[in-house]
Ligand binder design. Structure first.
Ligand code: PEP
Length: 258
């Protein structure tokens, strides 16, 4: 039995409070998205507006990152308690843009996971290879290293509660999506590595998302694959209508394979 689809929007450095209000107004006019778990990760400055708009509807909120300390002299950073206070239930950790532009490493990913869990935020942990790594045939090695580094020292129970997002760096914001077969190969390997850490049964419950130029036109075929449980969506999540279509296509695929 495949898991109910989980679809998360990563708005990155987009969307003012006013645009957030308009997005939620447009979302409210859509029907047929109820049979999926939907999460929106706005920029911090739009969280208050998003929390007001998401109250009472089946949309949960997530942060786009967090610091590993709960408070202190870290100018420009945001902490787990602050995200929880702002209404977040989830937080993205280790996005490839954070790794590439802001120096995140597997070690800081591990520290941020621990911080998120302390604040009862459910981490969405991003992993993925660059094009050069794929071309050298290193994809599965890179994924394994990211998993082993990011999860080092974490308890089995913590690992079992994480959500993973496989996001090939070459597919993010490029319009180039991994084929369903390429994505499934990596998702299967992720689940396999998790099985070695927390056991096969527990690994079967872990949600593993795909991210990288997901659109309404490619969501269904990807979600039909057995180890793909949903999506982390960047560009196509900025319009409520296209994000809603991705959610609906995911629900359609889920029903087809169950
Ligand atoms: C992302 O940044 O997580 C992402 C998947 O972006 P896009 O959908 O735009 O490729």
């Amino acid at each position: 039995m495949k898991k109910r689809p989980f679809v998360a929007a990563n708005w990155k450095m987009n969307m003012t409070a006013g645009e957030t209000r308009a997005w939620f107004e447009a979302w409210a006019s859509l029907a047929g998205t109820e049979e999926a778990d939907v999460v929106v990760c706005p920029p911090y400055t739009a969280l208050a507006e998003a929390a007001r708009r998401a109250a009472g509807i089946a949309v949960h909120l997530g942060g786009q990152s967090l610091h590993w300390e709960d408070a202190g002299a870290y100018t420009g950073e945001i902490s787990g308690p602050m995200l929880a206070d702002a209404g977040c239930r989830y937080v993205i950790i280790g996005h490839s843009e954070r790794r590439r532009y802001f120096g995140e490493t597997d070690e800081t990913v591990q520290k941020r996971i621990a911080a998120a869990v302390r604040s009862s935020l459910r981490p969405i942990v991003c992993i993925g290879e660059t094009l050069a790594e794929r071309d050298k045939g290193r994809t599965l090695d890179v994924i394994r290293l990211q998993l082993d580094g990011g999860l080092a020292g974490l308890e089995e129970e913590t690992i079992g509660g994480l959500i993973f997002a496989y996001e090939p760096v070459w597919a993010i914001g490029t319009g180039r999506t991994a084929t369903p077969e390429q994505a499934q190969e990596v998702h299967r390997a992720v689940r396999g590595r998790l099985a070695e850490k927390i056991g096969k049964a527990a690994s079967g419950y872990v949600i593993i998302l795909y991210g990288g130029s997901v659109k309404p036109a490619n969501a269904r075929e990807l979600l039909r694959k057995p180890d793909i449980d949903g999506f982390l969506v960047g560009g196509a999540s900025l319009e409520a209508a296209s994000f809603g279509e991705i959610v609906k296509e995911s629900i359609r695929a889920y029903k087809e394979v169950n």
